[in-house]
Design a protein around this ligand. Structure first.
Ligand SMILES: Cc1cc2nc3c(=O)[nH]c(=O)nc-3n(C[C@H](O)[C@H](O)[C@H](O)COP(=O)(O)O)c2cc1C
Length: 188
């Protein structure tokens, strides 16, 4: 691996086993590897967190917050595959980012592990628009956390029909669009 190799953290904003966004995130991870990135595919099921509550934080930061902060800190960039819930980003994505923005184990603000990083954003939905409104909300949220969001984004509509029996994207144009996002993220 060269010193120029980009480390990208990819995760889906859904926990369910048959999640379309988890399938999309796995495709993103594979395509990013093909572009030469060093990729970590994060499963948020492995880092369960309560809904943010200042009382919980005051009692002692959940261990998974510090683990996630350390994981984010190790990477140059993130790519999120988000579902759309009622036109917005699901609570899981917001809650994860909110916890990560809190104090790190070394006392520094968690915002430091986010700011300046590059982000790519994709979404998947069984609906025709593919989660486009969630992407707009997520772009705004990430910008407020001082990440650079790649200009190209991808909303996979009719996502229930988009994957083959191996959970791979069937349409090469979809793969090309995702590769464009990955290249933007890596070029930054
Ligand atoms: C609470 C809730 C709200 C939803 N709102 C939307 C929506 O606004 N737009 C949309 O395209 N799909 C919406 N859906 C459908 C999701 O796109 C669909 O459940 C999708 O499969 C969730 O992502 P996942 O497969 O990665 O878990 C909603 C689903 C839930 C549970």
């Amino acid at each position: 691996m060269s010193s120029e190799t980009k480390k990208i953290l990819v995760f889906a904003g859904s926990l369910r086993s048959a999640s379309l966004n988890r399938k999309l995130a796995a495709n993103v991870a594979q395509l990013a590897q093909q572009q030469g990135a060093q990729v970590t595919l994060l499963d948020l099921n492995e880092y369960p967190l309560p809904i943010y509550n200042g009382d919980i934080e005051d009692e002692g930061m959940p261990e998974n917050v510090h683990k996630l902060q350390a994981l984010f800190a190790e990477h140059d960039a993130i790519i999120i595959s988000t579902p759309e819930y009622n036109g917005a980003v699901p609570a899981l994505v917001k809650n994860t980012l909110d916890w990560i923005s809190r104090k790190q184990a070394n006392g520094d603000s968690g915002i430091k592990v986010l700011q300046g990083k590059v982000a790519g954003i994709v979404a998947a939905s069984p609906g025709a628009l593919g989660g486009l409104r969630a992407l707009l909300a997520l772009r705004d949220q990430l910008a407020k956390l001082s990440l650079w969001v790649a200009p190209t984004q991808f909303a996979l509509g009719k996502a229930s029909e988009a994957f083959d029996s191996q959970d791979e994207l069937k349409d090469n144009q979809h793969k090309e669009k995702i590769t464009q996002i990955i290249n933007e993220v890596m070029r930054f």
